[in-house]
Design a protein around this ligand. Structure first.
Ligand SMILES: C[S@@+](CC[C@H](N)C(=O)[O-])C[C@H]1O[C@@H](n2cnc3c(N)ncnc32)[C@H](O)[C@@H]1O
Length: 280
C-alpha cells in the first residue's frame, strides 16, 4: 500500500478507528486535518492504517484463513472494498462484484477505484457491477469466492442461494466458497442484536441465516467438506450504530434508547464472526 495523504470516505473510516492506536510518537490521537500528512511524514503507511483499524484487522483475519498465496479471489458484495484490499496484499488477482449504485450506493464504484488507487492496489483489484445471482465471469476461474458481511444487504434469501450457485460455477475444482457474517445469536452482544433488528425493520438489512442454515445452503448446492467456524472478537468490524432520528417508525424509536444502553454496556462485545465454507 502506498503512502499519500489523499483520502476517501472509505479510508476515513479506517483512519477513525486506527488513529487512536497509531497516534504515538508525538502525533495527535485524533484523526483531524493534518493527521495523515503528519503520520506519513513520520514513516506511516496505508497498510499500517488498515492493519490497525478494527475493520481492516478483521478482514485480514479472514484473508489469513482463506486466501492461499496468489490465489485468485472473487469478493462478492465487495462494497467499499475492505475485504478486497485485505486480499490484495496476499494475491495478484482480486475481483470485486457488487450491484452498487442502487440502494443508496450511488458513486461507490468511483469511490472503490479511487481508494484502490490511493492504497496502491489498482493493478491487483478490479470491479464488476453485477449481482451475486448472475456473475458475468467465466466458469472455473477463481480459487476462492468470498462474501464478507455482504449477505446482510442482499435482497432476500433467494439471492443468497443464487450466490452459492454462482460461486459453484465460477470456482475451479477444489476451490472454496466462504460466507462470513456476524453470529447474531451470540449472547454477549444484545446491543448489537437490538440495533441489527431495528435496521432489519427499516429494510436496511436482512435477517441473517444461522451457521447451520448457511451450511445447509452450501450442502444443497453440492459443496463438500462444509464447515462452520466461530471466532470471538473484540474488534468493531461492522459498526452497527446509526443516529437517532425522530422521524423513524415508532416500532424502531420505542427500542432505540434501550438498544443504545445495551450497546454502551461495558459487558457488550461485537458478535462472534461466523464463517461457513465449503469446497467445490
Ligand atoms: C456491508 S456491504 C459490503 C461489505 C464488504 N464486503 C466489506 O468487506 O466491508 C454489503 C454489500 O453487499 C452488496 N449487495 C447487495 N445485494 C447484493 C447482491 N445481490 N449481490 C452482490 N452484492 C450485493 C451491497 O451493494 C453492499 O455493497
Amino acid at each position: 500500500m502506498s503512502s499519500t495523504a489523499e483520502s476517501t470516505p472509505t479510508l476515513d473510516i479506517l483512519v477513525g478507528q486506527a488513529a487512536p492506536r497509531l497516534g504515538t510518537k508525538g502525533l495527535s490521537k485524533e484523526p483531524r486535518a493534518g493527521w495523515l500528512e503528519a503520520f506519513f511524514k513520520s514513516g506511516g503507511t496505508w497498510k499500517d492504517v488498515f492493519d490497525a483499524s478494527d475493520v481492516g484487522a478483521e478482514r485480514n483475519l479472514v484473508a489469513d484463513k482463506f486466501v492461499a498465496e496468489n490465489a485468485s479471489v472473487l469478493d462478492v458484495g465487495c462494497g467499499r472494498g475492505f475485504f478486497s484490499f485485505a486480499c490484495a496484499t496476499r494475491s495478484t488477482r482480486v475481483v470485486g462484484v457488487d450491484p452498487m449504485d442502487g440502494r443508496g450506493r450511488s458513486g461507490w464504484w468511483d469511490e472503490f477505484k479511487r481508494t484502490s488507487a490511493i492504497v496502491g492496489h489498482v493493478h491487483r483489484v478490479s470491479g464488476v457491477r453485477a449481482s451475486a445471482t448472475s456473475i458475468p465471469l467465466k466458469d472455473g476461474s477463481f480459487q476462492l469466492v468470498a462474501s464478507v458481511h455482504s449477505i446482510r444487504n442482499f435482497g432476500g434469501v433467494e439471492e443468497i442461494g443464487g450466490l452459492v450457485r454462482e460461486a459453484k460455477r465460477v470456482l475451479g475444482k477444489g476451490g472454496r466458497l466462504v460466507v462470513v457474517e456476524s453470529d447474531l445469536n451470540d449472547p454477549g452482544s444484545p446491543g448489537y442484536r437490538a440495533f441489527y433488528s431495528m435496521r432489519t425493520k427499516m429494510g436496511w438489512e436482512l435477517d441473517l441465516p444461522t451457521g447451520d442454515e448457511m451450511a445447509r445452503l452450501l450442502e444443497v448446492e453440492g459443496f463438500s467438506d462444509v464447515s462452520q467456524e466461530f471466532i470471538e472478537t473484540s474488534l468493531d468490524y461492522a459498526p452497527i450504530r446509526f443516529p437517532y432520528d425522530p422521524s423513524m417508525p415508532k416500532g424502531v424509536l420505542d427500542g432505540y434508547k434501550k438498544a443504545e444502553r445495551l450497546l454502551d454496556d461495558a459487558a457488550e462485545k461485537p458478535p462472534r464472526i461466523c464463517m461457513v465454507s465449503g469446497s467445490r
